[in-house]
Unconditional design. Sequence first.
Length: 366
Amino acid sequence: MLIFRQLFDPASSTYTYLLGDAKSGVAVVIDPVFEQVRRDAALISELGLELAWSLETHVHADHVTAGWLLRERTGCKLALAEAAGPECADRALAHGDRIAFGARYLEVRATPGHTNGCLTYVLDDWSRAFTGDCLLVRGSGRTDFQQGDARLLYRSVHAQIFSLPKDCLLYPAHDYRGLTATTVEEERHFNPRLGGAIGEEDFAGFMRNMSLPHPKKIDLAVPANLKCGRPADVGAAEAAADPAAAEQDWAPLTYTFAGIWEIQPETLEEQGNRVQILDVREADEFSGPLGHIEGAMLIPLGELARRTSELGRDRPIVAVCRSGARSAQALTILRQAGLNACANLAGGMLRWRADGRAVEAGKSLG
C-alpha cells in the first residue's frame, strides 16, 4: 500500500508531497519548504517512516527548500536534476533514472522549459505524477527566467506528461487558487495554454506576452536552492524560519504534526520546580481519582483566558489535563497571552498515572 500526503505552505503556495511504502516504511518527500521542516519531520515520525530521499522538481525561485535541513535531521539523501548544476546533491538525476523507496519507485522524466532543470516524477504504476512548475492545474510555469524556454516547455508537456494514461493524477508544485490535483485527460482538453488544438507557436506567443512581476524571493531562493537550502548561518536561518522554536529550548520537547509542543512525563519529572505545572481540569477532577501532580496550579480551561495573569513569566509552563486534549487547547490561550514558553504533557494524567508516577489527592487505580 502507498502512503501519500499532500502538504501546503500558504506563504509560497507550495505543495510538498510525502510518499511512503507501507510495508517497508521507507519514504520520499518532494519539494519540501524550509519553514515547514518541523511540520514535515513530525509527520514522518508520527507515521513511523524512514525518509530515504528529499527530491526537488526544480530549483525554486519563490521559496527555499528544506532538503538540507531534512538531511541533517533524518539522514536522508538529496537529489535534483543534473541539468540544474547542483552543488549539494547526493545524486544528480537524469531522464530515465529511478528513485526507489521500499518496493516502490519514482521514474524521473526530464521536463525542461520552466527552468532547464525541471523534472517530473512518475509513480511506478503510472497512477500519479508530480509535475513541479512544468504543468500546473489549468496552467503552466512561466518561462521568462532561469533558462526558461516556452517551446521546450510545450514539447516537454506533450511528450512526457500528456503521454501518460488519461486517468493519471497530476500533482503540481504550486497552486494559487486552492486546486489540489488534475488528470492527464483534463489538461489535454481544458488547459487554456497547452490543451486542445493549441500548438507550439500559440503557446510561445502566449508566454512571450505575459506580464508577470519578478518573484520576490528569487535573489535569495535560487542561490540557496543550488546549495539544497543550506544557509550560511544555520542557527540564524532556523530561528528566522521557526521563531517559536527558539522559545522552546528549555527542555527536550516533541513537536507534533498537529502543531503542538509536547513534553514526555519522564522529562517533566526531571524539570522539578524549573517549570510551572498548570492543571486545566475541573476542581472535582483535580482532587478526584487521578489526582494531580505535586505543585500543580488549578485553573480550569474555561477560566484560563481571564486568569493568565496569575501565571508567572519567569518559568515555562506545562499544561496538564486528563488525556492531553484540553491542555492542548490551553496552549493556544497561553500563546495569545504572550506566554510562548509552554508545552503539553503528552497523554495527560492518564499517561502519568499509567507510568506509576506520584500524585497528590488521587486514589489507587490498582
